[in-house]
Each structure stands twice: as C-alpha cells, then as structure tokens.
Design a protein around this ligand. Structure first.
Ligand SMILES: NC(=O)C1=CN([C@@H]2O[C@H](COP(=O)(O)OP(=O)(O)OC[C@H]3O[C@@H](n4cnc5c(N)ncnc54)[C@H](O)[C@@H]3O)[C@@H](O)[C@H]2O)C=CC1
Ligand SMILES: O=C(O)CCC(=O)C(=O)O
Length: 381
C-alpha cells in the first residue's frame, strides 16, 4: 500500500486528514508568556501566506484549529479574488482579548511568525488591534497593517468597512435599482472595528438600523452616533438579530452564522457583511439561493483590508488602495450576474473563479533569473 494511502486509512492520522488541503500548521507554545497560538498556512501558490491574527477564548483546541484552518483557506480565495501576490494563511491566539493581552505575549507571537522565514505575514483581525502588533514587529518584519508612524498602512478595518459599503451599494443596485444606502433597513451583527464604521457610514446616509453586540460600550457609542446622524438605530438582543424584518443582514462578527438553525429565521432580501466564513458550509449558500436571498461572498465584500495590507509591499499608496477598494462594487455585481447566468450560488460562482486563478498561477513557469533581486527581499534588509 502507498504511504499516503496507509496514512489516510489510519485513524491516528486524523489531524493530517483535517489539514489535507493545507501546506503547514504550526502550534506555538510559550509557557513563559502563556502564548498558545496556531498558525495555519493553506497555500503559498500565489505568494507568501497572508492573513490576520484573531484572539478569542476558544473552548477547545479543536475549535481553535478549525477556525485557523477555515480562515486560512478563505484567505487563499480572498487573495485570488483581489488579485494580490499572496497566499492564504491565518493565525489564532487562544485567550480573552479583554484580559489576556500582554506585550510579552505578542512579542512571543512575533518570534513564532519570524521563525517561518517570510512564509507568513500577519496583522489584525477579530480581537486584536494595531497596538498589539507594535510589540510583535519588534521580533519580525512580517507584520502588516501597522500604524503609519511605524511605516505601515494604518488601520486596515477602514478600507474593509469602505469595501463593505461598496458591496452594499452593489447589492442595493440589484435589489432596488439604486446605489443609495439610505432609505434601506439593515440588521447589523457586531459593532467592532469594521461593524462600527459600516454602521456609522449607513447612519450618515439616513439608513434605518437594527444592531446587536455583546459589548455595551459599542451599543452606547452607536446610539450616540445615531443622535447626530440622519439615520436611526434600534438595539436588539443577540439571538433576535437573524429574524429582524430588515432588507439586508450585515454580519460583522462571527463566522458560521448562516447555518441550518438561522437560515429559516431570515426575513431579509440579502446578506452582505464583513465577517469571515459566514456560511457554515457551501450547502448554506445554495439554501440561501433557494430561499431567494442574495448573498455577497464574504471574501470579496470584505477584501478592502487585504487590499490595503497587500499594497504595503509596493510602499503604501492610499489613492491606489481606494481605487482598488472601489472595485469591490464591480466584483460583487459580477458574481451576482455570474450566479444568475449559471444558476449556481453566488459563493460557488466566486469559488470557481478563484480556483481557476490559483490553478492557472500554479501552472505558470516561474523561472529563475539571477540578475533580478528577489521580489520580497526589501522586507528582510
Ligand atoms: N478588521 C478587518 O479589517 C477585517 C475583518 N474581517 C472580519 O470581520 C469580522 C469583524 O472583524 P473586526 O471588526 O476586526 O473585529 P472586532 O473584534 O473589532 O469586532 C467584533 C465585534 O463583534 C462583537 N461580537 C462578538 N461576538 C458577538 C456576538 N455573539 N453577537 C454580536 N456581537 C458580537 C464584539 O463585541 C466586537 O464588537 C470578523 O469576522 C473578521 O474576521 C474581515 C476582513 C478584514
Ligand atoms: O486585515 C488584515 O490585516 C489582513 C487581511 C485579513 O486577515 C482578512 O482580510 O481577513
């Protein structure tokens, strides 16, 4: 029996089966600082792996690993969709972002990132902020999305939120024949770095919002914002956000929130938000299609942050970032149209497009020319 076949048949190698699509998974353990993290590299076909680092009080190693595997896979598709020279990776730190952060923990994390020798670049995600990575960057230059004062492109949640607003305009174009964001009702889950900016942008345009967050501070802040805006806001309980009588559900917190339990609760016409991995699995994309709910593939509508951090490789240029982020409007319209023409779901349409791009790049003969400086070398000077 072939080695690969023998391994596949042995239950003791289940972990390798789970990461069958992934190139590498690194478990990072630093007892001195309490760091326990997982870095997952899905694919480096398009370039070094890139993906933010999430911090969350996961209930088990299993849950943390699953998140890292799913998120890093999503990054491969996101990089292909945004046409940037990066592959898919992601990191998760096990811990409570409100109580467990220390400078030493993020320095230890930076050391592990550095040990990958440029195969993995990272920055902020759910539960982490630019300030955390100021500590990590002391150990590695594979950190993106740092403040401008540290040579980075700044807060990547700004272009992410801008991209979501462009995606919502495209969605309104299909639903109502207009790009206007005002006069429409949205149910927003999560008012963090991205969700708060999206909600604020919608309020300024006169939208009617239903919002939820587990942070009372964020809820008070959005009420204060609404008091000085053209729009209105109503706070709803976490479990009620899926069943709001709104036009569009805008998930900006957790993944897996489109599942068998929530799908029957939706009364919306469309779902379009920043959260990564919104569909529990691909079948839920088809179920949304059957229910006539338009779905904006998450890794396209939320690619503004990636566009900005990828731009750092060329020396950040905000005009270029904005122009590329605007393109999210066309990209979302394109996938809605592809799905309509082919009859397959919007997510399947987007996946097919990205898989083709990755396959084509994999086929290309990247031949070596000794006179040209390696593309990434300036990051290691
Ligand atoms: N920051 C970025 O540029 C990007 C973020 N994303 C994704 O967007 C989502 C949000 O990211 P960030 O805003 O950066 O994270 P964040 O950590 O700043 O905000 C998340 C918010 O969700 C809230 N939340 C957590 N659990 C909740 C629940 N059960 N119900 C309601 N609210 C809940 C938190 O209290 C927090 O306010 C994540 O899925 C992230 O992976 C995707 C692309 C880029
Ligand atoms: O925003 C970042 O720092 C990297 C991009 C990313 O992780 C994401 O788009 O999910």
């Amino acid at each position: 029996m072939e080695l690969a076949e023998r391994i596949r048949k042995s239950r003791e190698f289940d972990l390798f089966e789970r990461m069958a699509e992934h190139e590498q998974v690194v478990f990072c353990n630093d007892p001195a600082t309490g760091l326990r993290a997982i870095i997952a590299i899905h694919s480096t076909t398009l370039g070094p792996a890139l993906g933010g680092c999430r911090m969350q009080p996961y209930n088990s190693i299993d849950e943390a690993l699953e998140d890292a595997l799913r998120l890093s896979r999503g990054m491969s598709y996101k990089c292909a969709a945004a046409d940037v020279d990066f592959g898919g990776g992601k990191a998760v730190i096990i811990g409570d972002p409100n109580t467990d952060k220390t400078p030493e923990l993020f320095r230890a994390f930076g050391q592990f990132v550095n040990s990958l020798g440029g195969r993995f670049f990272t920055g902020t995600d759910m539960g982490t902020s630019m300030d955390d990575f100021i500590h990590s960057m002391k150990e590695t230059n594979c950190i993106v999305g740092l403040p401008a004062a540290y040579g980075g492109g700044g807060d990547s949640s700004i272009p992410t939120a801008a991209g979501v607003l462009y995606g919502l305009k495209a969605t309104n174009q299909i639903l109502f024949g207009t790009d206007d964001l005002g006069g429409v009702t949205y149910a927003i889950q999560g008012l963090g770095k991205v969700g708060f900016k999206v909600a604020s942008g919608l309020l300024e345009e006169g939208a009617e919002l239903y919002v939820t967050d587990i942070s009372q501070e964020s809820l008070r802040a959005i009420e204060a914002k609404a008091a000085t805006s053209a729009g209105t806001v109503k706070i709803v309980a976490s479990e009620d956000i899926y069943s709001q009588q709104a036009d569009i559900f805008v998930p900006c917190a957790l993944g897996g929130i489109i599942n068998d339990f929530t799908i029957d609760q939706f009364k919306v016409k469309a779902i379009a938000g920043s959260a990564n991995n919104q569909l529990l699995d691909e079948s839920h994309g088809r179920k949304l299609q059957q229910r006539g709910i338009l779905y904006a593939p998450d890794y396209i509508i939320n690619s503004g942050g990636l566009i900005q951090v990828a731009d750092e490789l060329y020396g950040i240029n905000q005009e270029r970032v904005l122009a590329k982020t605007k393109h999210i409007y066309d990209a979302i319209l394109e996938v809605y149209k592809m799905s309509e023409l082919s009859g397959i779901s919007t997510m399947e349409s987007a996946n097919k497009m990205c898989e083709k791009r990755i396959e084509n790049k994999g086929k290309r003969n990247d031949f070596y020319t000794s006179s040209v400086k390696p593309k990434w070398s300036f990051r290691h000077q």
